[in-house]
Write a protein that binds this ligand. Sequence first.
Ligand code: ATP
Ligand code: MG
Length: 424
Amino acid sequence: MSQKLASIRGMNDILPEQSSLWQWLEVRIQSVLDRYGYQEIRMPIVEHTELFKRSIGEVTDIVEKEMYTFNDRNGDSLTLRPEGTASCVRACEQHGLLYNQVQRLWYVGPMFRHERPQAGRYRQFHQIGVETFGMAGPDIDAEIILLTARLWRELGLSSKVRLELNSLGSSEDRARYREALVAYLSERIDQLDDDSKRRLERNPLRVLDSKDVGTRAALKDAPVLRDFLGDDAKAHFDGLCAALDQAGVAYQLNPALVRGLDYYGKTVFEWITDDLGAQGTVCAGGRYDGLVEQLGGRATPAVGFAMGLERLVLLLEQQRPELRPQADIYVIAPDEKTAGLLLSEALRDALPELKIQSHCGAGGLKAQMKKADKSGARFALILAEQEIAKGVVGIKPLRGNGEQQEVAQAALADWLATQFASGE
Ligand code: ATP
Ligand code: MG
């Protein structure tokens, strides 16, 4: 007997009963992006491995242990994208979108990381990301944060998320800080976990990110990056904070926020919830002025973020927003199937906003009514022999306690339009 095949661990199906919440979420995010004048870009999900190594950084969790990398039939090393920023920069460079232009872009799609699957952490997960190019000042940093704050309001999540903010300074600032941090940690090397010891040599700032208790204790009096910021980074950060203050967006400064990718400088931020345990970051981003040049383009200021859709869906499931039912109207024609199809078609012409489901397949009137009820529709329309003969349609309200009634076929579309215009 052949064994049943199952999906790969950490790579999930999104089933029909879940997909309406996903769509609800995606539509709202895309509408906000649209209203800010951001344009969609679609990149492939596979890229040359080199792209991610050169952008995300060799000594990062993603590149060291999380990438899905394989050789294709030509022997080229390819990688399923673990994030979107690198691909987006590659695409913009390749198609000349960055030369003397400003870009405000977004993308949505699956990302792949070989992590330990748990609630809120998967091996295939989905992000909506935003990347902006060509704007160096703190105004655009503030804009993308205001955009996310508006999004939480529209999703009803404002009370569940808080904003943490930090500045990583310029690359020179970070170089000076790195020296001080290495000097400090070298004196306490025995207290560090093995990962941090290794990072101390190759990527010392990542030690700040460690969750190891011993390392955290050793970091207690470590030098703070904020004290190493130069005038430019300081002015940039002050500008951002002032804009957020004026706009009434609350934030907490978090000097330990360094983010797991190498390309960030100056602004970094995370929106965090306390309702998803250790997987609390729902949206993370920052400025990466050096990345375009690092990937072979001209120096181009850039700032962006990505949000994890699974984590937002988990939050929304706690919230249970009102979703549209599968159908608004369920059409039943037990004696003459084609009459039901044609009535449905005519209603779809007349009422394009409504969802109309027509009963197909077998089942007596009672079974069909059950299906109608399950569809979530407000009305079942019944078109049996006797209604056809009279030129009417039977209307049975499925929500609330209205009586069944008959409406002339010619007046049906108007009658339904009035019902749905007046709401529930
Ligand atoms: P974490 O610290 O949780 O591992 P990260 O810093 O690796 O997150 P980013 O690379 O900044 O995450 O990705 C942006 C967002 O994408 C995260 O804030 C999170 O919401 C989501 N995300 C990242 N990795 C996963 C994953 N494995 N499963 C589900 N969502 C994820
Ligand atoms: Mg991670």
